[in-house]
Design a protein around this ligand. Structure first.
Ligand code: MTE
Ligand code: MO
Length: 161
């Protein structure tokens, strides 16, 4: 039987999502709505410099990157600081622009940088576009990856000499 035409529409099919994968016990895919519902929201008012468009000022809201990635259970012993300090993160946008962070940047025992996965940019909800990385401690905008499609995390391993 077909759906009555008066029934409310389900979640819009245009909702952007990204994957959390790599050396994690619980890889998952999240929409911006999941980010909003699943974790405490934080605000950041930031100014950053872009090489091509100059100084930008924005208000962002969203959960801490650290809180979201911890939910994927990265493959370190969470009680061992040295173990955590070996991990890296790679954040990719849909257009192929990507950047890396170290776990130590977002870890409360190290730099404790309040890096967010934005659900809102100024007055715009990011459900259709996708989440944006917010790095309030950066002077320049290059790591503010927009339209995030994936976040990888894993340990750096020394190559054999
Ligand atoms: N996906 C994606 N995100 C991106 C970029 C990009 O090329 N692709 N450029 C970065 C750069 S260089 C800057 S300065 C900021 C620009 O933010 P704005 O678009 O709000 O000015 O986005 C960053 N995020
Ligand atoms: Mo930029």
């Amino acid at each position: 039987m077909s759906r009555p035409s008066t029934a409310p529409l389900a979640t819009p099919t245009t909702a952007a999502s990204f994957t959390v994968h790599g050396e994690v016990a619980q890889p998952f895919t999240l929409t911006v709505a999941d980010l909003r519902a699943g974790w405490q929201q934080h605000q950041a008012e930031v100014t950053f410099d872009c090489a091509t468009s100059g100084s930008q000022h924005h208000r962002f809201e969203g959960p801490l990157l650290h809180d979201v990635i911890r939910a994927a259970e990265p493959g370190f012993n969470p009680r061992r600081r040295k173990d955590r300090s070996r991990f890296l993160l790679a954040i990719s946008g849909g257009d192929g622009h990507h950047t890396v962070l170290s776990w130590g940047e977002i870890d409360p025992d190290f730099a404790d940088s309040p890096i967010l996965l934005a659900t809102r940019l100024d007055d715009t909800e990011l459900d259709a576009v996708g989440s944006q990385l917010v790095v309030p401690t950066d002077r320049c905008g290059a790591r503010y990856i927009s339209a995030i499609t994936s976040i990888w995390t894993g340990a750096y391993r020394e190559l054999a000499p």
